[in-house]
Design a protein around this ligand. Sequence first.
Ligand SMILES: [Zn+2]
Length: 345
Amino acid sequence: MRATLMYGPGDVRVIDVPDPVLQQPTDAVVRVVRSCVCGSDLHPYHSMTPEGTGAPMGHEFLGVVEEIGADVTTVTRGDLVVASFAWQDNTCDLCREGVQTSCRHGGFFAMNGIGGGQAEAVRVPQADGTLVRLPVAEDAALLPSLLTLADVLATGHHAAVRGRVTARTTVTVIGDGAVGLLAVLAARRLGAERIILMGRHKARTDLGLEFGATDVVAARGEEGIARVRELTGGDGTHAVLECVGHRPAYEQALGVVRAGGVISRVGVPQYADGDVGWRLFGRNLTLTGGPAPVRNYIEELLPDVLDGTIDPGRVFDRTLGLEEIPDAYRAMDDRSALKVLIRVY
Ligand SMILES: [Zn+2]
């Protein structure tokens, strides 16, 4: 089959690799129908250590079940399914506590010998805990929105949940990438009425306004912080959803969060040091967030996608084929595309 591998910074290739096969009785093999490129795929695209054998790429996909292992009971051959970006049994104690990304029998796609979703097919470990059947036809116009359940919609939702967003909270979202925009949508869905979106790309922040943002702040750093404080009577907002992952975004979050409030991070941190001293402690702030336990949220979010209450698939502003994936990385890297949908089959 054809699959996407990354060999070093800027070096993404679609090549022939062996077809995935069942290895465990709990596995399924899924033929990929739609995949996409994630903002987090751009981190290795910039900085990975060159690797002769290449690293498989992609953790967002939906597709059709082709084969199931002997122990798989919840999906069967021919089902259209979406996978969470982490695989898990969804039954162990940590899964039941809602941290499926820390499953005792789980892991992540495109890591540690598990293939990626930017390919014609994927071996899915723990299929019963990882795949969710989608009650639509394979060519449904809903596929882009359903694909966001694999990561970006559920990750934006996780930011809002960890940020304790309700109708009574004011919210700042930092970042106008797909996750930031869907964090706006998720905060609105949970009832927030004041949502300040910090982002600099007008086409993106315009979509954020349609998703429910009430204000846009294009300025960054001290100037951006001052602007958010001005909009909130000097206090900042109860929740700050940090959807970038770079240190300046964390600093910005510390600057715009209200006393007693929450900084909820879902941007994968590209830093290991930050201020956790008086600036955090002195105002009774909570710092939370992490990789979204997507599987925990799919049942809650799926009905709203199916009935059109929300339309998260609007974050895809370009569609390319599997062989064009190197162009998809380039387009997202130079910001000419917000998020590229990959039509595999
Ligand atoms: Zn588990």
